[in-house]
Ligand binder design. Structure first.
Ligand code: GAL
Length: 644
């Protein structure tokens, strides 16, 4: 080829794997769902199929000439006409001020709109970024195509900028053989309600348990560490938990608070949705429950095994497995054939020392069109209690067809209705509101009896989704307290996928450390979303670091506050009961390591502080005035700052 001749490189040749996207995985020459690229009926052979929020970075040497593409929303989203995206092409140069400059914008594009041509002069540039944003209405169904995208260039071949990722790496030492008691130091129960608490302890088995100062009505099984019974008298009981084995003995203070407030620390458990979604079966639930014990998660305080949507009857379904009469003649809810015996299932879960959760909607139907509780709230609450459930997720969904409007009264009404029914039951049932944050639910979730409330739409396993949700929780920080938790949705670590096909989380290992660290700082409910029986060593390490979980379970119940926020990094700090702080230093950059510093003055501290790295469970030394750490791209350094 002659010198000076213009060459062409197609975007799909650069590699789809280097794209960042808000949902799914970007594909070369296919839509994000794997169909032929197609915009408003026009098919394209080449290009990238991606999803908002998306970013593709390309390094240039100043000698590239033009970037051209035809952009639009892929036809595969048919029927979801609200999808809208905006494409933009941005020049970026770290050494310039400002660093970025918009070269071209498509304007907000709608589903079904013809592809728009981008033809941009990129001469002299060092980097361009191909951005897909959500068009202002969230990322749902934002399947976006960069069709026939190519660069004409003279000098070196344009290269994708590769987001940083590395192999999974384990930071936390394994628990030792000597007994150690973990989990929350406090537990709330209503007077007269049935009590179940399993002492979470690591260390070699066999282990024997004893408790000093157990209130009247409770008994301990010394072999399993399970405390059961009923306490009738209100009060705070200070007890001592003891665990012993051949190697040693552990003793820990524990408070049982018998009163009106339950859920004194954020619930920790598992939920079926982020893995099995509507494919869920009784056996999926049992398998995760069993693995919760066999893999040892129960020894770190993990407790709830929650069934999400799709256990009930779907009245208009043709599938004999899920269709049928939704209720018996007394109006009590019936299960579909995938859940042959709910009582047997909760007995199984309780028999393992765990607790059970269930799901429904205040509307006539759930999100997936199964029967909801509307006008049967009394029967449903009673049946859930009869079956032995300890947790209810109550998901708005079809209630939007009942509510007159989105006024606060209408938003609150269905949640108060079910609260009244739950309180009549002889069991403590944690009440989890799911209505995606409407009407700033964090301001009134407590008033309608909620123990936790979703503050956002659904999470998926991408950096864009997880970080957008997690780092936007400062608005509700001050409303979190014992019994009342902001819920930024469930965890997306391990094998996820909304069933039946699962895939390893698309979050990088560093992003997963960030996810767990942030959710612990936020005092968020921790609900594992992958099949526990499939958990690998990396994921197990993420979920069983007691010093990290202790941040989440701290009895003071404060949620972290955002101390620093800029484009490059964020610092969050959470007040702990013992007067220390937990601080997370988060690198927002996908590509570069960053030295992140926090000054004591920003944390309201003075003088010498001991710093402990929580993921490594290691003291880093005594620091004066400030602490600095080199943090991986999209990663975190999580430390306890303890006054000396
Ligand atoms: C959504 C909810 C999800 C899941 C799903 C079930 O509304 O946010 O967490 O429960 O419904 O259909």
């Amino acid at each position: 080829m002659e010198k000076g001749e213009t060459k062409v490189i197609w975007l799909d040749e650069l590699g789809a794997q280097y794209a960042e996207e808000g949902w799914g995985r970007t594909q070369a020459n296919k839509s994000i769902d794997g169909n032929p690229l197609s915009v408003a009926g026009r098919k394209f052979e080449r290009g990238l199929g991606t999803h908002a929020d998306g970013c593709y970075r390309i390094n240039l040497d100043g000698k590239a000439k033009t970037f051209t593409a035809l952009v639009g929303i892929d036809d595969e989203i048919e029927g979801n006409e609200w999808a809208s995206v905006e494409f933009s092409i941005v020049a970026y140069d770290e050494n310039n001020t400002p660093k970025s400059r918009v070269l071209w914008k498509s304007g907000v594009m709608k589903a079904g709109q013809n592809a728009i041509k981008a033809d941009v002069n990129i001469e002299g540039l060092k980097e361009i970024r191909l951005i897909v944003s959500d068009g202002g209405n969230g990322i749902n169904y934002d399947h976006a195509d960069w069709a026939e995208a190519k660069i004409d260039y003279l000098g070196n071949k344009p290269e994708p900028v590769k987001p940083y990722t590395r192999e999974p790496y384990i930071l936390t030492p394994k628990p030792g053989p000597v007994p150690k008691i973990n989990g929350a130091g406090i537990f709330g129960v209503r007077p007269g309600s049935s009590f179940l608490f399993t002492i979470p302890a690591t260390g070699d088995r066999p282990m024997t348990f004893s408790v000093q100062g157990l209130p009247e009505g409770l008994t301990l099984d010394g072999k399993t560490g399970r405390i059961i019974g009923v306490v009738n008298n209100e009060g705070a009981y200070n007890v001592k938990l003891i665990a012993e084995n051949e190697k040693g003995r552990a003793k820990r203070d524990f408070r049982i608070v018998v009163g009106d407030t339950i859920c004194l620390t954020p619930p920790m458990g598992w939920n079926s949705w982020n893995c099995w979604a509507c494919g869920v079966t009784d056996e999926n639930i049992r398998a995760s429950a069993r693995a919760m014990v066999e893999k040892g998660l129960i020894n770190h305080g993990w407790t709830y095994i929650n069934i999400d949507d799709c256990w009930m009857i779907k009245p208009d379904s043709d599938d004999p497995v899920i269709s049928g009469e939704p209720r018996n003649k007394n109006g009590m809810p019936l299960t579909n054939k995938k859940f042959p015996d709910m009582k047997d299932l909760t007995d199984y879960i309780h028999g393992l020392g765990l607790k059970a959760g269930i799901y429904t909607s205040p509307g006539p139907y759930t999100c997936q069109g199964f029967i909801g509780s509307y006008e049967y709230e009394a029967q449903d609450a009673k049946q859930f209690a009869n079956w032995g459930f300890d947790y209810l997720k109550y998901d708005w969904c079809y209630y939007s067809r009942i509510a007159k409007d989105k006024s606060l009264d209408e938003l609150k009404r269905p949640y108060m209705r079910m609260r009244d029914e739950l309180l009549k039951q002889p069991r403590d049932i944690i009440y989890s509101l799911c209505q995606y944050g409407m009407g700033e639910v964090w301001k009134w979730g407590e008033e309608v009896g909620g123990n936790c409330w979703r503050t956002t739409g659904d999470i998926v396993d991408t950096w864009s989704s997880m970080s957008k949700i997690g780092f936007s929780q400062n608005k509700c920080s001050k409303y979190a307290k014992p019994g009342c938790w902001n819920d930024p949705d469930m965890l997306v670590v391990g094998n996820v996928g909304w069933g039946p096909e699962l895939h390893p989380s698309n979050l990088t290992p560093d992003e997963q450390y960030t996810h767990i660290s942030l959710w612990c700082l936020l005092s968020a409910p921790l609900l594992i979303g992958c099949p526990i029986e499939q958990i690998d060593d990396f994921t197990l390490n993420l979920l069983t670091n007691d010093e990290v979980l202790e941040v989440n379970q701290d009895p003071l119940g404060k949620q972290a506050e955002q101390i620093i926020k800029n484009e490059d990094y964020q610092v969050w700090a959470k007040k702990m009961e013992n007067g220390s702080l937990t601080v997370g230093l988060f690198n927002m950059d996908s590509y570069k390591h960053k030295a992140i510093a926090i000054e004591w003055s920003k944390l309201g501290l003075k003088g010498k502080q001991r710093i402990r790295d929580l993921w490594r469970q290691k003291d880093l030394g005594i620091f004066q005035e400030r602490f600095e750490s080199n943090v991986s791209p999209h990663g975190v350094t999580l430390v306890r700052v303890i006054p000396e």
